[in-house]
Structures are given as structure tokens and as C-alpha cells.
Design a protein around this ligand. Structure first.
Ligand SMILES: [Zn+2]
Length: 233
């Protein structure tokens, strides 16, 4: 059984509604981690995601590397995004039930990690249910205790926008890599994942409908999508 939670980062974008429509047609609910300033830029697209039932989480306002910020700066950036998302849900007419958070670049804040986890817990950010993740390293690195949402497999499909050495073939190669440098193999016996894709118009320009191709491939290979669930603290 290969059960995954799908997460899509860096919304909103022009292609967000197309991604949402494709997910809805497949019956998949994703957690979409929003960058506050992208939501301000593509407001209607973000409203659409909320109204169609996607869970829009906080991915910071300005997408900084959190290890380069003071705790105060980090919290200010998170809270600026919170204000945007509160307004977004209000405008969409949808109750904001869950508030998951993801650090940009998987950067948990370096020496401020403890303080930021404490902040996320005290502010009642919602921890994604990660009990389906079977990998020992997930617990060895205490990722099962962290409030923020990391991932176990990143397609890195956005790299085809700017990295000439990284092609569609590279992405398919990644999906077949049984011994990846980071994260876990996508396929295999008893895998359980938090998958990471991105919402970038620039990726769509290079590889039209990239998310459709990736989702087709996952479903053809028997991947089951979990409804997002959260562990109440
Ligand atoms: Zn991001």
C-alpha cells in the first residue's frame, strides 16, 4: 500500500485553478501551502482553491530562509501570512478549520528551531497527521514531533524552469530512484508519503499540465491519496 498526503507549495499562481480542477476531478484534497505575497497577487485564484475545498496552509509571507531571520522577524513573517489567510478564508466564505504551516526550503530556523516550534505549538498550528509515515529517519530526526509539515518526497519539478541539466527525464528518474539521497523512495512495499509538488506558472510554460502528468503517473502506479488529517495538540 502506498498512501500519500499531497501537498502543493507556493500558491497562489495563475495555474492554481487548473490544478484545483484537476484535483477535484480525481477526488483528491491537497494541502496547498500558500506564500502570503503570492496570495495577494493572485487573490481570486486563491479564493477558488479555498472554495473548492483545498486546505490552504501558511508557507510564510515572503518565502525567506528562516535560519537567516531572528525569532522576531520569523514570527512577524508567519503572522503577516496568517493575516492574509484569515482574510482569504473570510472573503471565500469558508470557515478556516485547519492551520498547517510549512517552512520554505524545509529550513526550520537553524538555532531558532526550538523557539519556532514552541511558537507554532502555542499558536495552535495544526500538525499534519504523519502516522502513516513508516521511515525510521522520520522519528530519528524528531520530525514526528515537529508541528510544521515537512515532506518525504519532492518531485522538484520546478527545477526544469531554470536548470538545463534537470529535465522531465530527471523527474521520472527521481520517481524510480530506490535509494535517494534525501527523503524516501517513491514506490515500494509499504511506503507512506507526504508528497511535494509546486504551483508555478513557469513550470507550466516549460511543461504544460505538469501536475496532470505527475498525478496520472501516481494513480497509474496504484498510489492512494489520503484526505488531509491533523493531530490535535
Ligand atoms: Zn516554497
Amino acid at each position: 500500500m502506498n498512501t500519500v498526503l499531497l501537498t502543493i507549495d507556493d500558491i497562489a499562481s495563475r495555474n492554481t485553478p487548473s490544478i484545483v480542477d484537476d484535483l477535484c476531478a480525481r477526488g483528491i484534497t491537497a494541502v496547498m501551502f500558500a506564500v502570503g505575497m503570492n496570495v495577494e497577487r493572485f487573490w481570486n485564484e486563491a479564493v477558488y482553491a479555498v472554495q473548492k475545498g483545498m486546505i490552504v496552509g501558511n508557507h510564510s509571507y515572503s518565502h525567506p530562509a528562516f535560519s537567516e531571520l531572528t525569532v522576531e522577524e520569523a514570527i512577524a513573517d508567519i503572522e503577516k501570512c496568517e493575516a492574509v489567510l484569515d482574510h482569504l478564508y473570510q472573503d471565500a466564505g469558508v470557515a478556516r478549520t485547519f492551520r498547517p504551516f510549512r517552512f520554505p526550503y524545509g529550513d526550520k530556523g537553524g538555532e531558532n528551531k526550538g523557539a519556532l516550534q514552541k511558537y507554532l505549538a502555542e499558536q495552535h498550528f495544526d500538525k499534519v497527521d504523519d502516522r502513516h509515515i513508516p521511515y525510521a529517519w522520520w522519528r530519528e530526526y524528531d520530525l514526528d514531533k515537529d508541528i510544521d509539515t515537512l515532506w518525504t518526497f519532492d518531485f522538484e519539478e520546478y527545477r526544469i524552469q531554470y536548470d538545463p541539466t534537470f529535465t522531465q527525464e530527471s523527474i521520472w528518474g527521481k520517481t524510480q530512484d530506490n535509494n535517494p539521497k534525501s527523503g524516501a523512495a517513491l514506490f515500494g512495499e509499504n511506503q507512506g508519503h507526504i508528497l511535494l509538488m509546486h504551483a508555478f506558472d513557469e513550470t507550466d510554460a516549460v511543461w504544460p499540465g505538469y501536475y496532470r502528468h505527475l498525478l496520472d503517473y501516481l494513480q497509474e502506479n496504484g498510489v492512494t491519496f489520503d484526505k488531509p488529517a491533523f493531530i490535535k495538540q
